[in-house]
Design a protein around this ligand. Sequence first.
Ligand SMILES: CCCCCCCCCCCCC[C@@H](O)CC(=O)SCCNC(=O)CCNC(=O)[C@H](O)C(C)(C)COP(=O)(O)OP(=O)(O)OC[C@H]1O[C@@H](n2cnc3c(N)ncnc32)[C@H](O)[C@@H]1OP(=O)(O)O
Length: 288
Amino acid sequence: MGRLTEAVAAGGGASAARSAGPPPTPLPLSSTSLGCTATMASSEEDGTNGGASEAGEEKEATGKRRRLGLLATVWLTFYNIAMTAGWLVLAIAMVRFYMEKGTHKGLYRSIQKTLKFFQTFALLEIVHCLIGIVPTSVIVAGVQVSSRIFMVWLITHSIKPIQNEESVVLFLVAWTVTEITRYSFYTFSLLDHLPYFIKWARYNFFIILYPVGVVGELLTIYAALPYVKKTGMFSIRLPNKYNVSFDYYYFLLITMASYIPLFPQLYFHMLRQRRKVLHGEVIVEKDD
Ligand SMILES: CCCCCCCCCCCCC[C@@H](O)CC(=O)SCCNC(=O)CCNC(=O)[C@H](O)C(C)(C)COP(=O)(O)OP(=O)(O)OC[C@H]1O[C@@H](n2cnc3c(N)ncnc32)[C@H](O)[C@@H]1OP(=O)(O)O
């Protein structure tokens, strides 16, 4: 019986899919989905027979958790396959555009619909963390996804003059290679046929691609500053009936500055994940 089937039977989410077989040893991850899996294992393992009504309630709860495990595992498999395919389509479209045109000018406009759809769809990852079907920190996933949504909708979609900047290609390539690797890693993990290269790529590519993507994003925001200052876009001037002012130009400067404390948090998080997965370190994650 494949691990996915075992995980489904055990009602575990993605994490159990990889560790299915003997009852999963609860790794000290966040208390969300693993807590669910651990509870699942303990309720099935200990066989405690409380009162009939208690046993009935526990049986009903376990059945509900098992259904969540089945639903979660099937959903995550579908989600990851769809996201892998979407980012692959984006990668192929970018390569074809460059081979046909010989320039990056117009590249963003040619792939923007696919990019917007799949990057916006990734908002679901925050939901996955919130409902506990993946053991990722809501904060970590939230910062990552919000930075991408910000770049796609509030920078490259909204500020058309910067769409042909070379820095846009820089972050698009970094994002695309990363997401194809990441979502195929999750897919193969759930299907219990994870090629070592995919696992190696998942936990090594980011070492270079994360800084490359951040440089691309920061250069793109910097290139947008003159246009934002000149047009006053997204800004609210005083006086107005709400007596509130907002200056998008200064908001962008603050956003650029926020990369200084926030990016290292994400980068070190990935380095911790890398040590855990590639070197078997047991890392105690703080409860969020
Ligand atoms: C309004 C203005 C907002 C402005 C915000 C400014 C913020 C500035 C700072 C942010 C800078 C970010 C820049 C960034 O956009 C640049 C780039 O991305 S460049 C490209 C390189 N990037 C990367 O390599 C990072 C890619 N992203 C990720 O890896 C994830 O999003 C992240 C949350 C960062 C880390 O993922 P995670 O914590 O989940 O690590 P793992 O992949 O090891 O997974 C942990 C466990 O959860 C299981 N899991 C997670 N998701 C799934 C899933 N979909 N399906 C199945 N399983 C899943 C995974 O299997 C692991 O399980 P286990 O621990 O049991 O092995």
